[in-house]
Design a protein around this ligand. Structure first.
Ligand code: WT7
Length: 665
């Protein structure tokens, strides 16, 4: 039974309570009566209601406008290829825009702040016009239903407009985060076999104009085929190759066009979002239209507590899943005002976020623990003097240390806003573990309860459910509508990555299938989940997920490098950063040029956000007798920890020598 406020009200610690339980009792923060009084989810019965499987999830689907009602809520007959709301038909852009025109056409849908000081408000009516014009343009250049459109855009209105235009014509989008390099863009275009790239001349970051279209210029060399390139203009006349199509010019011919939405089956894909895994190649997580949209609508309403009259600001980038689900789709389905901002949080000054929050009277604010740690480091004085007042705060992407949590609570939340620590993944579409803010007390450092309708557990490596309090593998034991459909073009990889570990994969009974997210967790006595982090070779750098193998293959591209291992080093602000250990080819001397080449290769293959923190030249990498690189030992070394067991190594003196080299300094 979940740990609900209503049960705990008036709780007096009894003598039977252990000291530990009594101590932990004090760690909770209770939502204010004012928050509870206005919350979208204020009745604990919601857990039973949505938890009645699978019909409970119909409540989320009913938040959408359907052209045809679904025949069946859930079809589990072909696990793990589950279907949600099959037979139902809908269009995502209609759900985000058209349906709101009658009631709130002149309400702001998107407020945008550019880094160069520009401000733009798109009402629902404006968004309707822009999305229709772009949809008409895309159609006119040949985009058809089911064509995958790659969108490589930064945080400018063109990004959600292009996404929604694709949704309108039934063309799944594949947004590639603007910080990704030419190489990463090419990989994603190739994997999706995408014939269209939508980009922009450039954008601003810390006062600098970054040439962005250059990444597409360079990616084209590595792209199979010749995709059509469409370029938006951040500047009025972008200076680009004459073979590219200039969106702003072409849009003029379509300004007054209206495009009949292409009505999609609930199970038709809405988008791909590539994410890093344990092997080199990024995976295209394929998300369905109906189940995804229903799930992000439901969680936006109940977890984020969004109401149409709110101004909601998620300071993530739309190029990641957080922005898809909780800047664009969830908030717009609910008809609220969603704010997006270009640029970094310290430009033009370290109080800019709070200045923006004050300017637009933001009610709900959403950011990452990395950002909170950065604000902490800058100091509370940067928030002083700004008159902002949040009722609700979110964190996402990494575990948040209690210290950072309390800072967020006191300095950003003014000691009375609620905080939800939301655990989920690119693959899950929306939140799976986090509290409904009015219904459960907050506990700093703990993501909280499983969301309504979600069944989570912590199991040992054999798949046995562990006793409360033990650290093990987090698993999700029942399907949910926001889950990915598959890995694009690779059903086997979908099964191998997420299901094989704890499922009976020969069974055609869906209850034998268990989803393995790859995270470690503790299921605590109070029913809260404390997330420990990734258990696989994936690191989390400033909330960005990076695969060890992806980094290693970028490092190995450098001709001087013989072998490379990349491990995560703990970092005060970013959570983790990549440390690179390399051996060099015969006759090559370690020097600054090799380091520069390694850094450059990572920037070219992935992006500068993945830049290594350290490069260590070592004579040999620690390996097992069978030749497997022991990254764990290198991780011990990077983190100033004692070396773990070295008994199984081919040469146990290797890690000790590296330890002395690195830690001895
Ligand atoms: C991984 C997913 C989904 C939003 C952004 C990241 C880690 C995510 C939390 C949290 C502790 C978290 C997990 C997860 N993670 N949220 N609240 N507490 N860890 O999406 O890039 O797909 O990464 O981020 O390790 O597996 P992503």
């Amino acid at each position: 039974m979940p740990h609900l406020v209503s049960e705990r009200m008036g709780d007096v610690p009894s003598d039977e309570m252990t000291l530990e339980a009594r101590l932990s009792e004090r760690e909770y923060k209770r939502p204010s009566p004012a928050f509870i009084g206005q919350a979208n989810a204020a009745d604990p019965a919601i857990y039973d209601r949505i938890g009645s499987f699978p019909e409970g999830f119909e409540e989320y689907a009913e938040m959408l406008e359907w052209d045809r009602h679904w025949d069946e809520v859930f079809d589990g007959s072909n696990p793990p290829f589950f279907e949600w709301f099959a037979g139902g038909r809908l269009n995502a852009s209609v759900n985000c825009i058209d349906r709101h025109l009658e009631t709130r056409k002149n309400q702001a849908a998107i407020i945008w702040e550019g880094e160069a000081g520009e401000r733009r408000t798109l009402t629902y009516q404006d968004l309707y016009r822009e999305v229709n014009a772009m949809a008409a343009l895309l159609t006119s250049v040949g985009v058809e239903e089911d064509d995958i459109v790659t969108i490589h855009l930064p945080m400018v209105p063109a990004l959600p407009i292009t996404m929604l235009a694709c949704a309108r014509i039934g063309a799944p989008h594949s947004v590639v985060f603007a910080g990704f390099s030419a190489g990463a863009l090419a990989d994603r275009v190739n994997d999706a076999d995408s014939s269209y790239i939508v980009t922009i001349d450039g954008y601003y970051r810390r006062g600098e104009f970054l040439d962005h279209v250059d990444k597409t210029n360079r990616a084209l060399d590595d792209i199979d085929g010749a995709p059509e390139v469409l370029v938006w203009g951040r500047h009025e006349t972008p200076d680009v190759s004459s073979s590219y199509l200039l969106v702003d010019d072409l849009l003029d011919a379509h300004r007054r066009d209206r495009v009949e939405p292409v009505i999609r089956d609930a199970e038709d894909p809405l988008f791909l979002m590539y994410t890093s895994g344990t092997t080199g190649k990024p995976k295209g997580c394929q998300h369905r239209t109906g189940g995804y949209l229903a799930y992000v609508a439901g969680t936006s309403k109940y977890v984020l507590d969004i109401k149409p009259e709110d101004t909601y600001w998620c300071a993530a980038d739309i190029g990641w899943i957080t922005g898809h689900s909780y800047i664009v789709y969830g908030p717009l389905v609910l008809g609220t005002t969603t704010l997006m901002r270009e640029g970094s949080p310290d430009h033009p000054h370290k109080g800019i976020l709070w200045e923006v929050a004050e300017r637009h009277d933001v009610d709900i604010f959403h950011t990452s623990p990395t950002a909170v740690r950065t604000f902490m480091k800058w100091g509370a004085e940067h928030l002083e003097g700004y008159d902002f007042d949040f009722r609700h705060l979110t964190t996402v992407g990494e575990p948040i240390q209690p210290e950072a949590w309390l800072w967020y609570y006191n300095h950003v939340g003014g000691g009375d806003a609620v905080i939800v620590d939301t655990w989920w993944q690119t693959e899950t579409g929306g939140h799976l573990i986090t509290n409904l803010p009015a219904l459960a007390d907050m506990k700093p450092g703990s993501a909280g309860l499983a969301c309504p309708g979600i069944e989570a557990a912590v199991v040992d490596d054999a798949g046995q459910v562990m006793d409360r309090g033990g650290a093990g593998n987090l698993v999700i034991t029942r399907p949910w509508p926001g889950m990915l459909q598959t890995v694009y073009g690779d059903d086997d990889r979908f099964i191998d990555t997420y299901w094989r570990a704890f499922s009976d994969i020969d069974s055609d009974d869906w209850t034998d299938w268990v989803y393995a997210p790859g995270d470690g967790a503790v299921y605590e006595e109070d029913g809260y989940f404390r997330i420990l982090g990734r258990l696989d070779d994936v690191m989390n750098v400033a909330g960005h997920r990076l695969g060890t193998m992806e980094l290693e293959s970028a490092v190995a591209e450098v001709p001087a490098v013989a072998e490379a291992a990349v491990v995560a080093r703990k970092h005060d602000e970013k959570g983790q950063v990549p440390d690179v250990y390399v051996t060099l080819r015969e006759g090559i001397e370690p020097d600054a040029t090799v380091i520069a080449d390694i850094v450059e290769s990572v920037e070219n293959e992935i992006g500068s956000f993945a830049r290594p923190a350290n490069v260590e030249f070592v004579p040999e990498l620690p390996k097992t007798r069978s030749g497997k690189i022991m990254r764990r030992l290198l991780e011990n070394i990077s983190n100033d920890e004692p070396l773990g067991n070295t008994m199984t190594l081919r040469d146990p003196s290797v890690p000790e020598a590296i330890r002395q080299q690195v830690q001895g300094r």
